[in-house]
Design a protein around this ligand. Sequence first.
Ligand code: ATR
Length: 263
Amino acid sequence: MTDHYAVIGHPISHSKSPLIHKLFAEQTGQDIEYERIEAPIDGFEKTVRDLQGKGYKGCNVTVPFKFEAFAIANRRSERAATAQAVNTLKFDGDMFGDNTDGAGLVHDIEENLGVRLKGKRVLLMGAGGASYGVTLPLLQTHCTLTVANRTVEKAIKLAAAFSGVQASNYADLAEKQFDVVVNATSSGLSDELPPLPPGVFSEGALAYDMMYGKETPFMSFARANGAAVADGLGMLVEQAAEAFYIWRGIRPDTRPVIAKLRS
Ligand code: ATR
């Protein structure tokens, strides 16, 4: 019997998740259907309860509903609890909420890009929901983590929520260098560059933008300053693989899927 899943967001028409899960299902021989659903802005919970009532097994959740998904879950993983946001719900009698974004980022950096994070100096730019989502999994790699934000109070608040995170503004980065710089700001959406000093990239640094589908000003800036550059397409596929594993107990091979999406 076919098991049903969906991704819920607003808007959702651009989502690549149905294609990614279709490729995972073909590869692993799992009998699933996965569709996009646009919930009304004030209708997220009803949409989820309807799916649960129809016998769906779970869903992914994207902008702007990850906080509401956190609120309606009645069991949550530690990484969802620290993110205060849920991108994966599993309907297993209960409503289990998890957040696979940070694991997706870490897998992409370590496994696909071959950069071990242990002992590395990592700079995370931004202190919004995207940063909260990835902070615990980053810390668990035993890297040294600094969070920089334009509004420094938000970086300080994030650092206070996780032990082991240093908060900074951008100006104070002038004398510092990092091995990995992750852009978790929304600056790319408006074609802006966070006010990063050009010397922040160490020799051989990786600059990682969580956005995908376009060259952001951060990516161009990092390239011009000698860093290796990656976009967030690998993270997208890896967070999906982690959700697939939660639902199906099988971890798909992400590399052919990433390659197919790039081609
Ligand atoms: P998300 O859920 O995607 O993280 P958010 O909570 O609105 O979205 O947070 C957006 C983040 O991008 C914030 O950290 C924001 O910085 P401020 O808190 O100072 O506003 C950051 N951001 C957006 N545009 C930026 C820019 N041009 N330069 C630097 N940071 C930017």
